[in-house]
Design a binder for this molecule. Structure first.
Ligand SMILES: [Fe+2]
Length: 527
């Protein structure tokens, strides 16, 4: 099925649920569909939610013909104390790579049929495009909107389209969506209420009273976000990572509520852990925190800037960290860093010459020093440099920065984007966020190649081949492209090695066949 972005745009606008009552009439109605790559190219994960507890094992019916969904897989369900929904996850295996599959989820009532395309095998040389949106959040009246609250610095202009709209309009133009952190911004619920963005019907400005009803408001915002995203994520694999707003309990710094007073579902990445299944077990990683997967000519690595920084920590959200969120740790001491080194060391660059790493907090960014994650830099930069990571994608600050390729000693690569040795950093946290964009600071840094802080947008990457990759900032309001740049990397050695190996194998095969013919000839002659 070919789907039109415009049709789904209309659906998305109409589908925005009432934040005070986002529950469908039938609580077993599947909502919040999302698909994800499952590490291997013959597998995928289909997930969805229901507001009620289903009396059946979650099941996905699927096939390559939408009229014959003859295959089925079953999975598991989970929830947690303060959640208003159940998460269902089904892993499907035995799929063909780079192929469209149609699916519906089982149970009552039966769902509509959606489709997604499986990942390409590592080494597939076909050009492809992927999207990245970081720091996104709820759109519409309860999130990023044209309504200006106190402190909102860059609201949308009336009638201006937002990042979700833009992604929907471009949905036929990218294969999957990356989102390393700050997904729904549901933790801003109290600040949004006090600023007049949300009216939950509780007629008070008393924060303690509002706080008592906070669970419902938080969950409503979270569910609204996932439901809005369904129009993208039911079709396009959605690969996520952790940001501070999956863990924050301070409600945007409104009122001094802390991890000690916050409810369970808002703390310690509880929502993201339960809501998603990333390919962690397939890549030796941990949950949505650190994992990797291959797609065509690229090895993708998701790393966690929030916790688990080992000896370089504590991570910003860990106990004693700069944001002091009492979150994590999710692995043994130093496990993430050791995993990252091992993962990068074992990349077969003859198959996946490109290595792209995604995380949340930047260290090269046009912001005051306190907003640069120096502990993240200490933990990751040397490893990225050592193992020749081509591109590092980050967000967190709500603006767009393109950084010159730069090594771990602070040297700007003299080659620029023309075959640099050092990684190229892109910081794009300008996707949404109800409270506006951040004003760029310290813009005289020599490593800052380009910045803008007035337009919402997302990142579009096209991997043309083993040597050329193009990135553009897509302006959400009109889908125009800003700051299009192409990175060139010479792959001489890796490609040559692969070719030599291939040639050697062919030569060896030819030699074997030759030997067989000669032996057969002599046997026939003498006997
Ligand atoms: Fe963030």
């Amino acid at each position: 099925m070919k789907f039109s972005g415009l049709v789904y745009l209309a659906t998305a606008v109409l589908a925005l649920p009432d934040v005070s009552n986002p529950v469908p009439q039938n609580v077993l109605q599947p909502v919040q569909y999302r698909v994800a790559f499952a590490g291997k190219q013959d597998a995928a994960v289909v997930s969805w939610n229901t507001y009620g507890k289903p009396g059946y094992q979650p099941t996905v019916y699927y096939g390559t013909d939408k009229n014959q969904l003859n295959s089925k897989s079953t999975g598991d369900s989970n929830t947690y104390d303060t959640s208003t929904t159940w998460n269902h996850h089904v892993r499907i295996e035995g799929l063909e790579s780079d192929r469209v599959y149609y699916y519906r989820v089982g149970g009552a009532p039966e769902s509509e049929i959606y489709n997604f395309k499986t990942a390409r095998k590592a080494g597939n040389t076909k050009e492809f495009t992927f999207a990245a949106a970081i720091d996104l959040g709820v759109m519409g009246p309860y999130g990023l909107s044209t309504k200006v609250g106190n402190g909102a610095s860059n609201p949308l202009a009336p009638g201006e389209q937002n990042t979700m709209d833009s992604l929907l309009q471009n949905i036929d133009n990218f294969d999957f969506l990356l989102h390393p952190g700050d997904l729904a911004y549901a933790d801003y619920w109290l600040k949004e209420e006090l600023e007049g963005y949300i009216d939950t019907g509780v007629n008070t400005r008393d924060t303690d009273t509002l706080f008592k009803n906070g669970v419902q408001t938080y969950e409503a915002l979270l569910n609204t976000y996932y439901q809005q995203m369904q129009h993208i994520t039911s079709f396009k694999p959605y690969m996520v990572g952790p940001g501070n707003h999956e863990s924050n309990c301070d409600n945007g710094g409104t009122s001094g509520y802390t991890v000690q007073t916050c409810f369970e579902g808002q703390r310690n990445f509880t929502g993201i852990i339960n809501h998603f299944r990333m390919p962690d077990s397939e890549s030796g990683g941990v949950g949505p925190f650190w994992y990797s997967f291959d797609y065509g000519l690229v090895h993708f690595v998701n790393f966690n800037t929030e916790t688990d920084l080992g000896k370089y920590g504590p991570g910003p959200d860990s106990v004693g960290g700069s944001d002091n969120m009492d979150s994590g740790e999710f692995g043994e001491d130093g496990e993430q860093i050791a995993w990252l080194k091992n993962d990068l060391k074992n990349v077969d660059r003859s198959k996946t010459p490109w290595v792209i790493a995604m995380g949340h907090r930047p260290w090269y960014v046009a912001a005051k020093k306190k907003h640069r994650c120096l502990e993240c830099q200490a933990a990751f930069e040397k490893t990225f440099n050592k193992y020749g990571v081509d591109l590092v994608l980050l967000g967190h600050r709500h603006l767009y920065n393109r950084i010159h390729p730069i090594d771990d000693k602070g040297n700007i690569d003299p080659n620029g984007l023309n075959n640099p040795k050092a990684p190229w950093y892109i910081v794009n946290g300008a996707a949404g966020h109800y409270d506006g964009l951040d004003t760029a600071k310290k813009t005289d840094e020599p490593w800052l190649a380009y910045w803008q802080d007035t337009q919402y947008g997302w990142s579009k990457f096209t991997v043309h081949n083993a040597t050329h990759l193009t990135h553009s900032f897509v302006v959400s309001s009109d889908n125009s492209l800003l700051d299009t740049q192409t990175l060139y990397k010479s792959r001489g050695q890796a490609i040559t090695k692969r070719q030599v190996k291939k040639d050697k194998t062919s030569a060896a095969n030819a030699l074997s066949i030759g030997r067989f013919v000669i032996v057969a000839f002599f046997l026939a002659f003498f006997f």
